[in-house]
Design a binder for this molecule. Structure first.
Ligand code: 3VV
Ligand code: NDP
Length: 423
């Protein structure tokens, strides 16, 4: 049986979301560990005044690609950007590109999504569900497709306490929801969103659950694997320890604590902080791609890519590590000396918000005004409070994920023994 590296040799891979946090690490790892991969086609849109080409060339200059660049200065020749805006019909891929992709792609990794918790439902649906449907249709036109790997989230079913590696019935039939929202204006959709999402905390988890169902519907036509990472954090080992380029999830909270801005947050000290390093998720993704293509499981396999069941770490411990490491390595231009406490008590948290957040912000803004500068601290705290308000749901409770399929992948007859792809 071909090893993972052998499997990818000569293959053409399509990646969505390659400019994102996880996508970039996936591209790098493929180029590094599978140097004989034939080509990586990446769907990219122009953004923030930069053309697709400018964005890709900027991305390849990133420190993340240093080791690949050193090993093969021509590595960029393997990356073939395809212009695509995923929210447009047909993913706005030109007919020539559709033809090209249909003729050559062997494996698809679908990483693109909106991961914002406050995304309006229509947009989250458009990107996370409708674009996924469109990509599945495109995949069905690919003559040599061996596997379609969809990146979901461990929190797609966070309305349950115990989460198995199965696709649960969707909260609503996606097709019906898409049809009904089509004629509603944004105001109406906003009004009914809380009723629709029900016991899920945001439109992100809701639409990711719908997307899983949409993907599973194609299991008779495509060879599918679904990966559900929990809270994806900085890299553990590869390409070097600690790589991260965003403020999503806890990383923004950590930075705010390191800057001495965040002093209090509501979380459960004893709840498991299910963090998973991005390189571990990417290793698993490549292993799942290989397994799905080579072993062709009869039904869609779901992989709960979580850490809490194997190596539990708690929010209370995180508080200790974050604060002590920022004390040892202080950040530049900190507002105050780092010192943050987490509490599960609402009233205590409100008290400290008043005393340690709002009052100092007020004083500092007064000082800025007196110096003839624009006040800014209260605005920063308001944004921080909005962000942590959206995160609290995840830091205040525990989930239990079954991870039998991950164990099967690592230790079963197909066990890939971890070399170069440790998970
Ligand atoms: C002492 C420590 C204690 C520890 C306790 C820790 C507790 C942590 C708790 C719980 C974590 C649980 C998490 C669960 C996760 C589930 C897992 C998943 O499945 S997926 C991922 C989930 N998705 C998200 O994490 C998105 C969450 N974020 C959002 O939804 C939004 O960002 C939001 C609503 C929080 C804020 O939105 P806005 O619009 O106010 O801000 P914006 O657009 O994000 O960025 C603010 C500014 O920062 C810049 N910025 C962002 N990233 C940057 C970067 N890398 N470099 C420089 N600037 C950056 C931006 O450009 C922007 O600046 P400009 O206003 O445009 O000037
Ligand atoms: N980060 C996390 O903690 C977790 C993430 N996940 C899942 O992992 C996947 C990747 O997440 P992550 O890398 O963190 O997310 P990012 O936000 O960093 O990346 C999202 C990617 O999707 C692309 N994208 C978004 N909108 C469009 C669009 N309209 N057209 C074309 N491309 C678009 C972005 O492109 P552009 O650069 O142009 O914006 C970017 O490449 C997602 O499916 C997410 O749900 C799951 C669990 C945890």
């Amino acid at each position: 049986m071909a090893s993972i590296t052998e499997y990818y040799a000569g293959k053409s891979v399509l990646i969505t979301g390659a400019t994102g946090f996880m996508g970039k690490v996936l591209v790098e790892k493929l180029l590094w560990s599978c140097p004989d991969v034939k080509a990586l086609y990446i769907l990219v849109r122009p953004k923030a005044g930069q053309s697709m080409e400018q964005r890709v060339s900027h991305m390849m200059k990133c420190k993340l690609f240093d080791r690949v660049r050193e090993a093969n200065p021509d590595f960029h020749k393997k990356i073939i950007p395809i212009s695509s805006e995923l929210t447009q019909p047909g993913l706005s891929i030109s007919p020539e590109d559709v033809e090209k992709l249909s003729a050559c792609i062997n494996i698809v990794f679908h990483c693109a999504a909106t991961i914002r918790f406050d995304e309006p439902l229509k947009h989250a649906l458009q990107l996370n569900v409708i674009a996924t449907q469109e990509l599945l249709s495109l995949a069905q036109r690919m003559h040599h497709l061996e596997a379609f790997i969809h990146i979901s989230t461990a929190y797609a079913n966070c309305n349950r306490k115990h989460i198995d590696e199965v696709i649960y019935p969707p909260p609503v039939e996606p097709k019906k929801l898409i049809e009904s929202l089509e004629w509603m204006d944004d105001g109406i959709v906003q009004d009914i969103t809380p009723r629709l999402i029900g016991d899920r905390p945001n439109t992100y988890t809701y639409t990711k659950a719908l997307a899983e169902y949409v993907v599973q519907q194609e299991q008779d036509k495509l060879n599918i694997g679904i990966i559900r990472p929990s809270i994806v954090g900085a890299s553990w080992q590869e390409p070097f320890p600690g790589w991260i380029d965003n403020f999503n999830g806890p990383s923004g909270v950590f930075i705010a604590a390191g800057k001495g801005i965040l002093r209090t947050m509501r979380a459960n000290n004893d709840a498991v902080a299910d963090l998973i390093p991005v390189d571990v998720v990417v290793n698993l993704t490549l292993a799942v791609g290989w397994y799905t293509a080579v072993h062709r499981p009869k039904t869609t396999l779901v992989y709960n890519c979580t850490s809490g069941g194997i190596n539990p770490f708690h929010w209370g411990e995180i508080e200790h590590h974050v604060i002590s490491s920022f004390k040892r390595n202080p950040l530049e231009q900190a507002f105050r000396r780092p010192n943050a406490n987490i509490t599960s008590n609402y009233l205590i948290n409100q008290y400290w918000i008043l005393v340690s957040h709002k009052f100092p912000a007020l004083i500092y803004d007064l000082f800025l005004r007196l110096c003839g500068q624009k006040p800014q601290m209260m605005r920063i705290f308001n944004r921080l409070h909005k962000a942590i308000g959206l995160l609290e749901y995840f830091s205040s409770q525990d989930w239990e994920w079954n991870s039998d399929n991950i164990s099967m992948l690592m230790t079963g007859p197909a066990g890939y023994k971890g070399a170069h792809y440790s998970i």
